[in-house]
Design a protein around this ligand. Structure first.
Ligand code: RB5
Length: 366
């Protein structure tokens, strides 16, 4: 198992012990810091390093240690997809896996001794999650998480960055990242991921009751109430996501925005824009698989706003922190949905680790 471990200054000594111990259990451990206990360190910063690693699929589990373990658990549990358990006994550790399927173990460096911490970690790594009623309860927790994120109400609260950690999305994303995936498989999978993302984003769309005549009798059912969707791919790579969404929402209208990135300045240059006339009445998903510098995405959002668009979300497969910051700075009310938040851009403006050039891989132009 790949395990990311992190602590603040108060958890440093125990982290050093735990790092060695978890390696001795046969796991691959990545130390995310701190690297000294001498300087005060703010626990949310180190919690973020470990939880980002898990959310980005670079680590399978995490261990976080601060003085009491309390600050680290509060910070970690703010992150969708993170289930952090502060454990002070073997029994709690075992149940946090069996019942809660915790993916982060939190320990108190000032409250839990080395021997107890080791026996807690041993049982935590050995124990698998149970299904049945515990799975139902965990699903309810996930539902609360989605409600709290207000997924699907794009534009109402706005400005969220939602990393969609659904296992199917993450599984398919790893295949599209693989440089040996064929053009055909790449294309199919990008559409599938876009569809799965749209499914998740639309989880809380409002419903209204309708009457339905079955072959047997009349009954009540539900219909999505009043919402109209427009998908707006940024040419050309955004085209690769359109069909996957239209399969789920066939009545959505499709606009197009043509932008390319100047290879020298890395700035977006626009050459085409055609949007539905009633764009102002629609929920708008702007599609751009790679949110790299954010220049193209931000320019596309500006185009849509100029045409009257109001409720705008950006849907990307992979986002770089630089792109997220740019869009948030230029359009703070726009929600960003992504399947992964990668680490950085390289000198050529490509996302690292990324998947290369999405347009070339979709259309076989390289
Ligand atoms: C640091 O003094 C301490 O507050 C921190 O390690 C942690 O216990 C917070 O919850």
């Amino acid at each position: 198992m790949r395990v990311a471990i992190g602590s603040d200054h108060a958890g440093f000594a125990l982290k050093e012990d735990m790092k060695r111990f978890v390696q001795s259990l046969g796991h691959e451990v990545e130390d995310m810091g701190v690297f000294t206990g001498e300087q005060p360190a703010d626990y949310p910063d180190w919690s973020k390093k470990v939880t980002d690693s898990i959310i980005q699929g670079k680590s399978d589990r995490g261990i976080l240690i601060c003085g009491t373990g309390i600050g680290m658990s509060i910070a970690a549990n703010k992150v969708p997809g993170i289930y952090a358990a502060l454990c002070a006994s073997e029994e709690a550790a075992k149940l946090s896996r069996l019942h809660n399927d915790a993916n982060v173990l939190v320990l108190g460096g000032r409250t839990t001794g080395k021997d107890l911490a080791e026996s807690i970690a041993k049982v935590w790594f050995e124990t698998e999650a149970e299904g049945g009623r515990h799975l139902v309860r965990r699903q309810k927790v996930a539902d609360r998480e989605a409600e709290a994120l207000d997924i699907g109400r794009g534009g109402k609260s706005g400005g969220r960055v939602v990393v969609m950690s659904h296992p199917l999305i993450q599984h398919k994303l790893s295949i599209v990242r693989d440089k040996d995936t064929s053009v055909k498989d790449f294309r199919d999978l990008v559409q599938e991921i876009a569809g799965l993302m749209a499914y998740e984003i639309s989880r809380n769309l409002p419903l209204e009751e309708v009457e339905v005549e079955t072959p047997i009798c009349t009954t009540r059912g539900f219909s999505i109430s009043g919402k109209k969707l427009a998908v707006v791919p940024v040419l050309r790579a955004g085209l690769g996501m359109v069909e996957g969404i239209l399969r789920l929402v066939p009545n959505a209208k499709v606009g197009h925005i043509g932008l390319y990135r100047d290879p020298d300045s890395l700035q977006p240059v626009d050459y085409y824009c055609k949007l539905p006339n009633d764009i102002g009445e629609r929920d708008i998903f702007i599609l751009d698989p790679m949110l790299a510098t954010g220049g193209s995405a931000s320019a596309a959002i500006s185009h849509v706003k100029r045409a009257g668009g109001i409720r705008i979300s950006l849907v990307s497969l992979i986002a770089a922190p630089e792109g997220v910051s740019k869009v948030r700075a230029d359009h703070p009310e726009v929600d960003i949905f992504t399947a992964a938040l990668d680490s950085r851009l390289n000198d050529h403006g490509y996302i690292v680790p990324g998947l290369g050039d999405a347009g070339d891989r979709l259309f076989g132009t390289k």
